[in-house]
Design a protein around this ligand. Structure first.
Ligand SMILES: [Mg+2]
Length: 97
């Protein structure tokens, strides 16, 4: 990741917290690529994987509010959602250069 991207998020100077969030997303991206090396070639199934992770984020939020779930679980599911957004974007570019 370039220093320019690393240091700027939405036009604001990235704090240490921003960088740790980005690192969490990339950790989840690397984990997913190792665990599931293949990725759907059609955008509907690719976005479906992203939506699945978004749904897991909602479940984790509901569990946190109503059932004693943890903030860590919400953070992990959100990082996985971000990772799948990046993965879908990368593959769209690879398959539609
Ligand atoms: Mg998940």
């Amino acid at each position: 990741m370039s220093d320019a991207i690393k240091n700027q998020i939405h036009g604001h100077t990235a704090t240490k917290d921003h960088q740790s969030v980005i690192e969490h997303i990339f950790t989840e991206l690397r984990r997913a690529e190792a665990k599931h090396p293949s990725w759907p070639t059609d955008p509907i199934h690719a976005v479906g994987i992203l939506v699945e992770e978004a749904g897991e984020s909602m479940q984790a939020a509901i569990d946190y509010v109503y059932a004693g779930g943890s903030l860590e679980d919400i953070k992990t599911e959100l990082a996985q959602t971000g990772a799948m957004a990046i993965r879908a974007l990368i593959h769209l570019d690879m398959e539609n250069p």
